[in-house]
Design a protein around this ligand. Structure first.
Ligand code: ADP
Length: 519
């Protein structure tokens, strides 16, 4: 381990390891396959770079993104470490030249896209040399339960099995749910005890949900306060990227834009302008960002709802990699849910996979409705229960002084759902509580229920918001169903029996009633 410490100081100029790094390095250098789960910015690269330097031979780093490879190789080269990348951007002369150098054992690190493993020349070459390790960066891409599954990543597995000189393997990711974690371990042959999970908390990030005002106005006001700071604004469609970008330019901001509809050259230019601080803001779809190591991003704003917590945390996590306080803001509008549902529906996924995606989307929506600490909500989603305290700085924690007891109202809602036989969604339940003369209410004779019109002082919109809140707090569940049917959970029974209280932020129903945005 002294050797690792020496490399850390001599090559990289850092005095000490970040949490988890040392353990991963220790496993890998003693030939134990390992999985490192660390938050974005946690320092995953060193987990394979230090063993790669400590061990003899060449390290192969499998990486899904071409832009990432070049940056990593440049960084290593600037430290005097022989490194290269092999991917589809090379000319055939460059490819031949690099393969020759590789076979001569000249490189300490070779970055390769997963598709490379389908090339016999590449495989024959790596078979013929001394390998130090194989690293799988962004290892969640190997699992079909991951949010960014790449079949080419998974098809490496049988090829690996045939390598006579298979070295130790290290997998790295920032997002691994239990299923993904299990898949990575199974496919790459990693023992349970060699998984290092540092927890997901990012103490320097403050999470915020913004509801009830115009998104456009919010962004303009927010930027006015910090004109010189660097930030990312994620949008959900290319069209929205263009619109927001245009708006910012018209107000005189130096903003770049990035989406998959632009030429590769334009994308590269936009990315570089942002990384080199020529443009302070980048407006982008989720095509932007994987592997981007820009340390001074002070805020990440999601202009629309992301499809799941995994993507959200990864994208939001691009803020504050330098450890300085940074904001992660999500602008919520109920209409955005429809777009995400549409995207799932028209995708080519198998039915059971679609059901899973709906469930993940529901967890994302719940995040927007919860009144609990947002950081804690995310950590619990990833089964990380290590933090004892709430973060104290997310929009919910900041609001927690202004709470009122709505246990009685919750009981009314719950008993209404019970009387409706737990077979309907939030919309119809709200109508019954409101006392609506809607045809469907009459058809089902819900106007005969004792709960009919019981909460008529609220609007239907307020009632639906309150129901969504109860779902977010896990007092109601919507099951795995596409058309969310409300069911009472164990916690609901406690509320009905008066053993559990329901606290909400003051004025909550009224303020979120305006949650429908105008663009
Ligand atoms: P990620 O986990 O997102 O891949 P990186 O490996 O890119 O993170 O590291 C993020 C930043 O943290 C980089 O700028 C890296 O140089 C820095 N870093 C990594 N390890 C250490 C350390 N032990 N001490 C100080 N800085 C570190």
């Amino acid at each position: 381990m002294e050797k690792a410490q020496h490399i850390l100081e001599e090559y990289f100029g850092f005095p000490s390891f970040r949490p988890g790094q040392q353990a991963v390095i220790e496993y890998v250098t003693s030939q134990k396959n390992a999985l490192a789960i660390m938050p974005t910015g946690g320092g995953k690269s060193l987990c394979y770079q230090i063993p790669g330097l400590a061990l003899e031979g060449t390290a192969i780093v499998v990486s899904p993104l071409i832009s990432l490879m070049k940056d990593q190789v440049d960084a290593l080269s600037s430290l005097g470490i022989p490194a290269t990348y092999i991917n589809s951007t090379l000319s055939s002369e460059e490819f031949q030249e690099r393969m020759q150098q590789l076979r001569a054992g000249r490189y300490k690190f070779v970055y390769a896209a997963p598709e490379r493993f389908e090339s016999p020349t590449f495989i024959e070459s790596i078979k013929s040399i001394n390998l130090s390790l194989i690293a799988f960066d962004e290892a969640h891409c190997i699992s079909q339960w991951g949010h960014d599954f790449r079949p080419s990543y998974r098809s490496i597995v049988p090829t690996l099995a045939k390598l006579p000189n298979l070295p130790v393997i290290v997998a790295l990711t920032a997002t691994a749910t239990d299923e993904v974690n299990y898949d990575i371990r199974r496919l790459l042959n990693i023992e349970d005890e060699h998984v290092i999970n540092t927890g997901f908390a990012r103490d320097n990030l403050s999470f915020h949900i913004v509801k009830g005002s115009s998104k456009r106005d919010f962004v303009l006001d927010y930027l006015k306060e910090r004109p010189a700071e660097s930030g990312i604004i994620y949008t959900s469609t290319r069209k929205q990227t263009d619109t927001v970008h245009q708006l910012l330019e018209s107000k005189g901001y130096a903003a770049a834009k990035y989406h998959a509809g632009l030429s590769e050259q334009d994308r590269k230019q936009a990315q570089n302008a942002f990384i080199q601080d020529e443009k302070t803001i980048i407006v982008a779809t989720n095509a932007f960002g994987m592997g981007i190591d820009k340390s001074n991003v002070r805020y990440v704003i999601h202009y629309a709802l992301p499809m799941n917590i995994e993507s959200y945390y990864q994208e939001a996590g691009r803020a504050g990699r330098d450890g300085e306080p940074s904001d992660c803001i999500l602008l919520f509008s109920g209409q955005d849910i429809q777009l995400q549902k549409f995207l799932i529906e028209q995708s080519l996924m198998e039915e059971d996979k679609k059901t899973k995606e709906y469930k993940k989307l529901q967890a994302m929506v719940n995040y927007c409705h919860t009144h609990s600490c947002l950081q804690t909500y995310i950590l619990h989603y990833f089964n990380d229960y290590s933090a004892v305290d709430d973060c104290g700085k997310c929009s919910n924690c900041l609001n927690s002084d202004n709470r009122e007891d709505m246990t009685r109202e919750a009981q009314m809602v719950l008993s209404c759902i019970k009387r409706m036989d737990e077979r309907f969604g939030a919309g119809l339940t709200a109508k019954v509580l409101k006392g609506s003369r809607d045809k469907k209410v009459k058809d089902f004779q819900f106007d005969q229920l004792s709960t009919y019109g019981l909460m008529s002082q609220y609007t239907e919109k307020e009632l639906t918001n309150f129901i969504h809140f109860l779902v977010a707090e896990n007092i109601l569940s919507t099951g795995d169903d596409r058309y969310p049917i409300l069911k009472l959970t164990k916690q609901a029974k406690e509320v009905l029996q008066g053993r559990k209280q329901v606290w909400v932020q003051t004025g909550f129903a009224r303020s979120t009633a305006a949650a429908d945005y105008h663009e």
